[in-house]
Ligand binder design. Structure first.
Ligand code: PGA
Length: 251
């Protein structure tokens, strides 16, 4: 029987990759996924915007999905330097990450802004991966669950369903640091997220919740086995095909 929540392993390449290296990475991932023949999990790569089209072409026929790392809320217009969800779709993307903590911090994206981007993804036919997560100060002051709840209520648009939404829980202090919460802490956060989503979605029980923050081949098995974890959002560990494939294998 197919699992209700098919694991999604997503690679967030961030601002890394020039054409030659990125295509080698994409091809390596595509070949590994093809070889494995997985039908019980999804593998997604999110290259920088400049490479979405080339990577989409490079992975064609392999089953590897391609996503953007961000989009603007509008369809088009006077927004110099921005990219719309429609443009990502046109370049071959099926997914888009919205509200990553680096964008919340670097670009001042609020929950309302993130919600607008998730709505733009729907408009363009993309699946948004909405990112939330507490800072170290918030965790140390015992506010983790409250912060997650506030971010979810502010960032998830009205009308969301499990088919139209993926949520990624990424503790800010775990991103790129080599530190991760314990398996029990991840499970507790994810259980809380699912509980909060129950008030927002008709089918919260089947929405996919990804864990992100210092996921590697060596810790993916235990993190992905935690309760309510349906995949991973992987930064550094997605920049080498072998490492990323090892994470996907662990799902
Ligand atoms: P990391 O990044 O795997 O390098 O910690 C995860 C992310 O920011 O999505």
């Amino acid at each position: 029987m197919a699992r209700m929540r098919r694991p999604l392993i997503a690679g967030n390449w961030k601002m890394n990759g020039l054409r030659a290296d990125a295509l080698a990475l994409a091809t390596g991932v595509a070949e590994g996924v093809k070889r494995a023949g997985w039908i019980d999990r999804e593998v997604l790569v999110c290259p920088p915007a400049t490479l979405v089209m080339a990577v989409s072409e490079a992975v064609k026929g392999s089953g590897v999905l391609v996503g953007g790392q961000n989009c603007h809320a509008s369809v088009s217009g006077a927004h110099t330097g921005d990219i719309s969800a429609e443009m990502l779709r046109d370049a071959g993307a099926s997914h888009v990450i919205v509200g990553h903590s680096e964008r919340r911090t670097d670009c001042g994206e609020t929950d309302a802004v993130v919600r607008g981007k998730a709505e733009a993804a729907w408009r363009a036919g993309l699946l948004p991966i909405v990112c939330i997560g507490e800072t170290l100060a918030e965790r140390e002051s015992g506010r983790t669950l409250t912060v997650l709840e506030t971010q979810l209520k502010g960032s998830v648009p009205v009308g969301a369903t499990a088919a139209k939404l993926v949520v990624a829980y990424e503790p800010v202090w775990a991103i790129g640091t080599g530190k991760t919460p314990s398996v029990a802490e991840v499970a507790a956060a994810h259980a809380h997220i699912r509980r909060v989503l129950t008030g927002l979605l008709p089918d919260a029980g089947v929405v996919r919740l990804l864990y992100g923050g210092s996921v590697k081949g060596s810790n993916a098995g235990e993190l992905l086995a935690a309760g309510d974890v349906d995949g991973a959002l992987v930064g550094g560990g997605s920049l080498k095909a072998e490492e990323f494939l090892a994470i996907a294998k662990a799902a």
